[in-house]
Design a protein around this ligand. Structure first.
Ligand SMILES: Cc1cc2nc3c(=O)[nH]c(=O)nc-3n(C[C@H](O)[C@H](O)[C@H](O)COP(=O)(O)OP(=O)(O)OC[C@H]3O[C@@H](n4cnc5c(N)ncnc54)[C@H](O)[C@@H]3O)c2cc1C
Length: 443
């Protein structure tokens, strides 16, 4: 079977790209191994609410339609949102079709699926950045008496035995899960490495609102000094809740969660932790203050000072001066270890030599180093906003225009990212007039 373009994955990124290809009248198919919004249906915990406010989900031709723009979607709401988008866009999704191989061929790409083989001129990888839980290799040394699971496997506290839980990782997933498990009556120890701290609300407005209006989300990938690091930055410690609660390490300490350093290894059943807890927390506090300084400067420059609450700073993170450096995993104090140590993509089906030594696809702002191949849905793909649902609109507009131009020209545009595109096709710089030029507020 033949089509012009194939999109792999029907999450928000694949659907956004499909909508834009339809607008360009490009014949295409979207292959989805399960159903639309599969990752939100099968890989998230029950209580999760998006950490981005409802208004922050602008997809091509679609956005939030309800009466609570500042609320945070639950999982059923997120799934319904994406299913409605797929239906309204009449996206040509073939569900329950797993792509098992993508290879180059004379016509472009040969795409094998468990439902048949296809040939196309262009391929869009929209298979997600979070397909596999990243767990350190030393996890194998956890004694068999301690249960282990990942954030992708966690659904709710009733899954866990009674008794102590070690949650490893203090980014958005780890802090939210630690909070929920501790409130269920199971004492939680949280292992803290590098993290990004921010208040949910600052000067009366959601922190994401500030980052949006101040143009922080619009920093382009080619303007970021250490792009590799920006793409690996842990998610911000944020929680979506009706109370707009801040969930930082102090909030967790207040309810009785114990903080400990970075999990460094296991020896003879002893979990070993780094002594860097204090430094990690000091660094996160400093970076948060830098972010708030950036916001204050922007509010001042744009005459907002009288419309919002006055600036303020938050208490430094409270940590024990000498937290324990070890826990005996055979003592019974820890019954479960929950790895919230990040996620990585799965490209085991990609038979085109575009992976770097870390297993990531080599691309220039979503234009992959193979003619007619594109990728969408990765952190900081074209700008910081790309990390979120909200970034897919801009990215899909740009990449679909690039793909259309590639089909017209019939040649590779790799390395010449904007050549052949009109100005209106270039990435929309929504807030270029508002962009801040201070020290990078997130790194
Ligand atoms: C815990 C968590 C919380 C998050 N919270 C937020 C938030 O609050 N706000 C926000 O904006 N973003 C959030 N994100 C980030 C981001 O929006 C999600 O990762 C999002 O799911 C990415 O969308 P996607 O379309 O790129 O990928 P996915 O939603 O993962 O979609 C990829 C699709 O591809 C399919 N697929 C994969 N491989 C194949 C194959 N070989 N063949 C066929 N189909 C395949 C999958 O089944 C899946 O449906 C969160 C991410 C995580 C992990």
């Amino acid at each position: 079977m033949r089509t012009t373009a194939i999109i792999i994955g029907a999450g928000h990124a694949g659907l956004a790209m499909s909508r834009c290809l339809t607008d360009h009248a490009i014949d295409h198919v979207v292959f989805e191994q399960s159903e639309v919004a599969n990752s939100w249906k099968t890989e998230r915990w029950d209580s999760l609410q998006l950490l981005t406010p409802n208004w922050m989900s602008r997809l091509p031709g679609y956005g939030y339609e309800g009466d609570d723009p500042d609320g945070y979607r639950t999982m059923p709401e997120t799934i319904a949102f994406l299913e409605r988008y797929a239906a309204l866009s009449a996206a040509p999704v073939q569900t329950h079709t797993t792509v098992t191989s993508v290879r180059r061929c004379d016509a472009g790409y040969a795409v094998a699926t468990d439902q048949g083989n296809w040939c196309c001129r262009a391929v869009v990888l929209a298979s997600g950045a979070c397909n596999i839980a990243s767990v350190p290799a030393f996890a194998e040394a956890v004694p068999s008496t301690v249960a282990t699971l990942t954030a992708m496997q966690y659904r709710n506290p009733s899954q866990l035995e009674e008794g102590g839980v070690l949650v490893v990782g203090a980014s958005a997933s780890g802090t939210q899960i630690a909070d929920e498990i501790h409130r269920s009556g199971r004492p939680v120890t949280l292992s803290v490495g590098e993290h990004v701290r921010a208040p949910r609300v600052y000067r009366g407005r959601d922190i994401q609102w500030w980052m949006d209006v101040a143009g922080i989300f619009d920093t382009r990938y080619d303007e970021i000094e250490n792009l590799a690091r920006a793409r690996r930055l842990p998610s911000i410690q944020l929680l979506g809740s009706a109370a707009r609660r801040t969930l930082d390490l102090n909030a967790l300490t207040d309810i009785g969660v114990t903080l400990i350093g970075r999990f460094a290894g296991i020896r003879d059943g002893q979990a070993q932790f780094s002594g860097s807890l204090h430094n990690m927390c000091t660094l996160a506090d400093l970076k948060m203050d830098r972010l708030l300084d950036t916001i204050d400067a922007w509010a001042d420059t744009h005459g907002l000072d009288h419309e919002v609450d006055p600036p303020h700073r938050f208490d430094p993170t409270r940590v024990e001066v000498s937290p324990p450096l070890g826990i005996d995993l055979r003592s019974g104090a820890i019954r479960t270890i929950l790895w919230a140590t990040g996620y990585r993509p799965d490209y085991s089906w990609l038979d085109v030599p575009v992976l770097d030594p870390r297993g990531c696809v080599r691309h220039d702002g979503g234009v992959v180093a193979s003619p007619g191949m594109y990728i969408i849905g990765l952190p900081v793909l074209r700008c910081r906003r790309s990390t979120f649902i909200d970034g897919a609109s801009n990215d899909a507009h740009y990449l679909s225009a690039h793909l259309a131009s590639y089909l017209d020209n019939g040649r590779s545009m790799w390395g010449r990212a904007c050549q052949g595109l009109s100005n209106s096709d270039r990435v929309v710089d929504w807030h270029s007039d508002r962009r801040v030029c201070y020290a990078d507020p997130l790194m």
